[in-house]
Design a protein around this ligand. Sequence first.
Ligand code: ADP
Length: 357
Amino acid sequence: MILKKDIEEILNDYDKEKIVICTIGSHTALQIAKGARDENFSNLLLCVQKSEKFYNQFDIVDDVMRINSYEEILDEEIQDMLIERNSILIPHGSFVEYVGSKNIIDKLKVPMHGNRLVLEWESDRKKEREWFEKSKLRVPREFKSPDEIDSIAIVKFPGARGGGNYFIVKNEDEFYEKIGKINLPKEIKERYTIQEYVIGTRFYPHFFYSALDDRVELLGMDIRYESNVDGISRIPAVIQNEIQIEPSYVITGNIPVVMRESLLPELMEIARNLINSSKKLFRPGLIGPFCVELVLTDDLEFVCFEISARIVAGTNLFINGSPYSSLIYNEPMSMGRRICRDIRIAIKSQRLDEIIY
Ligand code: ADP
């Protein structure tokens, strides 16, 4: 495991005038690159062959470095080169998925924005649930085994799989029938979770927790656009019944949304509770961007089904700021820029060690 003091030693040797903001070329890389530019940092994107040309065409990107595979980031040589260049890594969804939270915690010595221990808590459903329960949030019921299913349920597999292979069931028989058809490695398939399917409207609010001034900021909100479930409703119900299409939940895009204003105080309380309990569960707790994935029921109850404790792709909607960010900042403040602003403020006040892990 890479210790905080190892990172601190590396960070101490950094030339703070020449910090480079670095991430993998995917997910929210353009937003992060622009955020770095806006906060007067240079940026570096690590790209595999198929994405190198795409990222190179943007003026906003200062430098693209070709890697053969995402795991190559863990190679000693690449890590040393990133350290040599005073790089601070920004983990995003694809970064965590491709490199793996365990590898990041155990092997990645390049300084990273935020508390990397959070990655363990967001990627493990049991830990995530413990975190939600400690934060006193309402969560969907979980069925420990298929014979307990007594309402519509969604079956999920581990990892941020972007909703891939998830399916809906009504009872035990249907569960066995459908899981038999899922094409996933046995070790992943066996680690399913059966969760009550909550009916309501979904919201994916984007928060930033500033550890430097102990403040939670709401910077945007989206709804995930998922295939094919969001397309099914365009087919008349009679035809849906005839051809029996199974809904799937593969994320393909994001749609902006705002929430009824009278619900915002409770939403902010949820975010604050998550921060407070994170400080107790994995010190010093969550730092920086996070997104609580929730359903609002028709009796206006918030049910939280997931947390992403890093920048989420829905923030790409607000590269020029959102209705919410413009209430806090008099300039276009994307999540990518907010992360870079955090680093900028910390450099100026010599508090980098409080937000870099
Ligand atoms: P991933 O973390 O792989 O992206 P999620 O847990 O976010 O997967 O689920 C993917 C999608 O499935 C969600 O965006 C939502 O549309 C739907 N979903 C997940 N859990 C529930 C639930 N308990 N009730 C209703 N819909 C859900």
